[in-house]
Design a protein around this ligand. Sequence first.
Ligand code: XIL
Length: 330
Amino acid sequence: PSLKDVFAGQFKLGTAVLVNEIQNPNSPDAELVRKHFNSLTAGNELKWDATEPAEGQFNFTAADKIVNFAMDNGIAMRGHTLVWHSQTPKWVFYDRGGNLASKELLYARMKKHIDTVVGRYKGKIYAWDVVNEVIEPGDQKPGGLRNSLWYQIAGEEFIEKAFLFAHEADPDAKLFINDYNTNDPVKRQFLHDLIKRLKAKGIPVDGVGHQTHIGIEYPRVQELDDMIQAFRDLDIDQQVTELDMSIYTNDTDAYETFPTELQIKQANRYREIFDVFRKHSDQLSAVIFWGKDDLNTWLRTFPVVRNNWPLLFDERLQAKYAYWALVDPA
Ligand code: XIL
């Protein structure tokens, strides 16, 4: 069965891909994407370092391939991401003299970038991660905004500008604030209050994106339930934008093969988590996996190089127990 059909009427079911996975539309990889998913995210190809590596020099070769693949196959395309501290070229933050850019220079570059990228895909990309990971990670400084170069130059206002520019460039796109560990109570509360503040000022924030890179044990399912629940009162859309489930509980273990008991544990946990998503389907417009199969997962290089099996399909694109747990939850 097709995953998107299983969840039809509840939320879109999506995946991230890298361009090489869909380059050949007749490949098994492309076939799998078409069969199971109705939302698509570019894993890297729409990030700043990919689209504007040098000032004013835009390159959309790879991004176009993914967007065109989505359009050709009736798949809704998500945009990831416009303003982020990572995978953003250094030149964005410095002037010609090598000093930190002024606010004005930073905003001019931000506007040019957003106009060009969002404008190019106007009407094709239904949702944008306008800002990504702007909340300080709870393990460093609880609460507060991340002390990125964006923040150092412009303070909280850079977030407002990013949303305003994106809205100008495509008034119909749904604009998201995206972050990880949004189940963490301190981080979650700060994010919640930030969105509330932005909305009170009339900033066009349409939704919150929960990346949801989780492990085989944590966060507990109840914490994911609380995560969605916590944003209900804001009257915004919610999406799970980057779901995957590492089979590890630390950065040092590494398995040669995927132990059967963990395969079963993973399947059961995925089933319980999707029960929560289903329960909140009035809040959630999409659930998107960060990759489709265990070969093409960023978790084989992050946080360290090792085997990992975080997704629904294995290295040979065969459906795992985790897949069957979702299509046949009984
Ligand atoms: C990751 C990509 O999957 C990798 O290929 C790249 O090397 C680093 O970025 N949160 C995000 C994504 O918002 O953009 C990240 O993607 C994964 C974590």
